[in-house]
Design a protein around this ligand. Sequence first.
Ligand code: SAH
Ligand code: SF4
Ligand code: F3S
Length: 475
Amino acid sequence: MYNDNPTLDNITQKLDPKLQGQVFDDEKSENPSQRKFYIESYGCAMNFSDSEIVASILAEEGYHSTREWQDADLILINTCSIRDKAEQTVRHRLANFNNIKKKKPGTLIGVLGCMAERLKAKLLDQEKLVDIVLGPDAYRDLPNLIRRAEDGDKGVNVLLSREETYSEISPLRLGTNGITAYISIMRGCDNMCSFCVVPFTRGRERSRDAYSIVAEAQDLSDRGYKEVTLLGQNVDSYKWTDPNTDEHVSFASLLVMVAKVNPLMRVRFSTSHPKDINDDVMYAIRDYHNICNYVHLPVQSGNSRVLKLMNRTYDREWYIKKVDRIYEIVPDCAITSDMIAGFCSETEEEHQDTLSMIEYAKYTMSYMFYYSERPGTLAARKYEDDVPYEVKKRRLAEIIRLQNQISYESNKRDIGKTFEILVEGDSKKSKEEHKGRNSQFKMVVFPKKAGIKPGDYVQVKIESVTSGTLRGTIV
Ligand code: SAH
Ligand code: SF4
Ligand code: F3S
């Protein structure tokens, strides 16, 4: 849909890793008789994290992962429904797999994740080559559905659960750099943002056992990982009660528990809902060096009337107060956002409010989209999707242009500053350079130095910047 404007498309692609398919492989199988699975993930970090749970379940069944889908006995695609474009990407990908069954008749194809949950058995009618349809709360049933599919019986399990958190399953880290990892701390979402399909595809919100989260962080630390990102659609509403002591664990206390695992292991988290993030979370960021100075705080729109239609439960003034409070408690905190252009009935003036919010909040980066109506959501049922496509696209382009400018200005203010960087690996462009991030999640590139390797912390002084990257030298 974007392809008539390649420049805009490039920017959006770059800023929206959520839409990029990612292939996982790690375990290299040496035994040719061993059954192999291939998994490809789309959508948000939760989906990538879920793929690691699925991989772990398959490893228990004796499967090994492969990078080549042509080699696999089982091809899985973990899907996203957030926007129409995300679903189209998956359908194109399924079309690519079309010939495999002629060449290798026994190959099984499974659709996992949010599209599976949204379309259920309909997916089997629409996509004839699919054998297995499995929703996000049903992954434990995968081995069972594989056995049934091997007998020629196509299977669907899209039951949503109020309890499932896969708490005790140790994820098989896939496509990993060995330094940064995701930890899923909750599932589902109880907010009903009117544009959003997630509550329908992921079910009710539930929090995972805090001790199993800490144990997973400890295990990652023992294996040399240096950064964990705690994941949930709305992490600030994490709540869990210890059944033995009746003690309540809030998100702020969970953050501190994870931070204490290893002071040299960074802790990040995503996503924060502006209505739920509180001072305690900000105090945890202020008080613990290894809790990063970074909050992803999606605003969606800068206009109060639109926010009300979106059912975000805060207005512009309330959001501004949140932003002020974050900068008050942690002055060098970076804030990033998500924004939707052209929601139902949005006027030009209301769009301007979103632009002015980018300037006010000084977002260092944002994920930016135009509104895509999702079947079954409150907005689809109640409001007309009446902003013309051309207008949505132009408003989105304005948002992207301004955000790039604000990101660039923010990065320019970093010239001359020295940051602690966690080295993640080679830069994209050169083997002579390392890349890593500062606490604020900004990508930093610098010439390699003898003895420095991925996983080390270095001090880098910033010398030049673009809107997306800082460059400097180790001091
Ligand atoms: N739980 C997170 C967001 C998860 S979805 C939160 O509340 O912020 C990621 C982003 O996709 C959202 O923040 C929103 O900006 C965007 N999005 C969700 N539904 C959309 C839709 N129907 N059309 C366009 N963008 C959408
Ligand atoms: Fe969707 Fe809103 Fe839940 Fe985020 S908080 S997942 S936007 S319903
Ligand atoms: Fe997409 Fe589902 Fe995540 S709809 S954004 S994969 S929760």
